[in-house]
Design a binder for this molecule. Structure first.
Ligand SMILES: [Zn+2]
Length: 325
């Protein structure tokens, strides 16, 4: 993990490995201090606090969660007494999609022979992701600390004459998606609306909303974007994300029209430059999302996570690339 200053008062802690759950965090070191997203486990959260401690003494008074996924909220509990701010949907969604006990069970299963055998036989992809997560993360002691301040469309913080704008943009990648804009310093914390040098994983939302959000970011024209995953970038990060989503939707439409399943299409779509991104087989999720839209299914249709990871595993195997999430 490394600390990077991105403007006068804005900083990022970046998880340079850039695999699944390697999320970034942000800090605005004024007006009491604001942390944006809190990492995937207590070890990483403590390391993030230590790094931010170099540029902000004491614990920040506020935390913002950009959405409900575990890799952005599992360090919340270390900010005791802080105001935790998120979109109104986030507390309920956290209980649904970021239950630490579920992930703990998955990780422990990957460690015990019998459950490993059962899991490996029925869900090779779920076993593979559990093994990968075990290399990097330890869920022991993680408890949900839910947001305490909820907002609907917009929320503005005034940090000693520097405004911070929280803009609700979901559901595009998840239900609670929020971007955090610091206009005075030309900085935008994008959460998982932008993945950089790694394949995006979208769950609940629509392509249309996601593309519109990227247009909004391009219109806001920040000098610096801190993505949810991957290195800090400029506006080109939003443009590349947009190009990827448009490409995958277009290719999915072609194969959908020819009657192929999302899994088969994911094995065939030419990855082009995106093959160099981390976790290219995660493409499956984006193809499946497109297929759901072509079939007019609701954007919040249920995902069977184990089956989805199995599909990603199968796509990687079929393409002869490393199984990596
Ligand atoms: Zn994430």
């Amino acid at each position: 993990m490394k600390l990077q200053q991105v403007s006068e008062s804005c900083f990022a802690v970046l998880n340079e490995k850039n695999r699944v759950c390697d999320a970034n965090s942000g800090l605005i070191n004024r007006g009491g201090g604001v942390v944006i997203d809190t990492q995937s486990d207590l070890f990483h959260a403590r390391r993030m606090i230590e790094l931010f401690g170099k540029v902000w003494p004491g614990m920040p008074k506020r935390v913002i969660n950009t959405h409900e996924d575990g890799d952005h909220v599992w360090g919340n509990q270390l900010f005791g007494g802080a105001e935790i701010i998120a979109h109104r949907t986030v507390p309920d969604r956290m209980k649904q999609v970021a239950d630490p006990s579920e992930t703990r069970k998955l990780l422990k299963g990957a460690d015990r022979l019998l459950s490993r055998l059962v899991l490996g036989a029925t869900h090779p992809g779920a076993l593979a992701i559990a093994k990968q997560l075990r290399q990097d993360y330890d869920m022991d002691g993680v408890e949900l600390a839910l947001p305490t301040t909820l907002f609907d469309e917009r929320h503005v913080l005034d940090l000693d004459d520097t405004e911070v704008h929280l803009i609700y943009v979901g559901p595009c990648h998840q239900v609670g998606d929020t971007i955090v804009h610091v206009p005075k310093e030309g900085v935008l914390f994008a959460g998982d609306v932008i993945f950089r040098e790694c394949t995006p994983m979208g769950w609940t939302g629509t392509y249309e909303k996601w593309l519109r959000t990227l247009d909004l970011i391009i219109w806001l024209d920040p000098d610096v974007i801190v993505p949810g995953h991957g290195p800090v970038c400029g506006i080109e990060g939003a443009m590349e994300m947009k190009a990827y989503l448009e490409y995958v939707r277009e290719e999915s439409k072609r194969w959908f029209g020819q009657g192929l399943t999302a899994l088969e299409a994911s094995k065939r779509i030419d990855l082009g430059p995106y093959g160099a991104w981390r976790g290219p087989a995660r493409l499956y999720l984006n193809v499946e999302r497109a297929y759901r839209e072509f079939r007019s299914e609701p954007p919040d249709a249920h995902w069977d996570a184990a089956k989805s990871f199995d599909a990603i595993y199968e796509v990687a195997k079929a393409r002869g690339i490393e199984v990596e999430f």
